[in-house]
Design a protein around this ligand. Sequence first.
Ligand code: PLP
Length: 363
Amino acid sequence: MSRLWSDHVDGLLPYVPGEQPAQPQRLLKLNTNEHPYGPSPRALQAMRDAVNDDLRLYPDYDSSQLCQAIATLHGLRAEQILVGNGSDEVLAHAFNALFLRQGRPLLMPDISYSFYRTYCGLYRIPHKLLPLADDFTIRVEDYIGPHEVVPAGIIFANPNAPTGIALPLEAIAAIASANPDSAVVVDEAYVDFGADSAIALLREHENIAVIHTLSKSRALAGIRVGFIAGNAELIRGVQRVKDSFNSYPLDRVAQAGAMASILDETHFRWACRQVIDERESLAGALRDLGFEVLPSQANFLFARHPRYEGVVIHAALRERGVLVRHFSNPRIAQFLRITVGTPDDSRRLCDSLEAILNEWQQA
Ligand SMILES: Cc1ncc(COP(=O)(O)O)c(C=O)c1O
């Protein structure tokens, strides 16, 4: 605590991202769910082209062309889309714009993206954690209620993170119908790897908002682009917060790259397919090594070994140059979250795991 800090700063719970090593070439990086293949070549070209004298000018503050392209892709209108500097920023604005409701709690799963709790701390949003079921699925009935107090809102990731398990659209529709006076925000960071998008529900449910990122399925984590889609009035609220925070969240280069990526459906489909196919092979290989692997619709697997603690396997892999993610929350402490990479990445990971497990079995 510094005597110069604002009063609330000491109590914040800042998010701790996965390790980003200075020299990633020497490590196998399966810890932050980045895409193993590069972005669309058209996106790369568009970004090269955008590096010119126009950079002296501010970018379009609303990223209007990009919003229009995203809207067209999803059968929506441009005013139903707002983009931001990564979906983390979009989430922050959504928390601020939708979930601060006088004494009403935000509902979210006890196991989910840990940034949600960070934003609750930052904006002082009261919240209630609803435990996942024993099989790590979201207990839909807990969100349907009846609730003692009308929730300020509901947020969950679908597929959930770090479990990878997805909810069907009927469940999301039922949650939204049961909570007409609460915003239901569905964080679809990983939806392109096999789950159904709740964007299909927007027409029928004006209280649903869906958040996407270009960091995962479009392999553009480095340029930081995400968006929220919802009914125009809800989006206008988020826009008011965005315009009270930063007028120009996306620079010219990011807008150009994101736009070209959104328009390159062929590369996008190919890139998602590689990961989905490899996910299934890797899940099989991990099960052969004795791991329990949760059913994932994301670009990562959540797996535990019945005999060894997650933190110990994590450290042993780190020593062999393989980075995976471990979370200390006691309920999931035995698990590792492993990003799906290329077939070569999977081989290196499984060879390392096999060597580690053999060593321990002989000890
Ligand atoms: C569930 C979830 N939502 C949102 C994000 C943030 O993505 P970005 O800020 O890169 O768009 C992540 C990143 O790992 C995530 O796992």
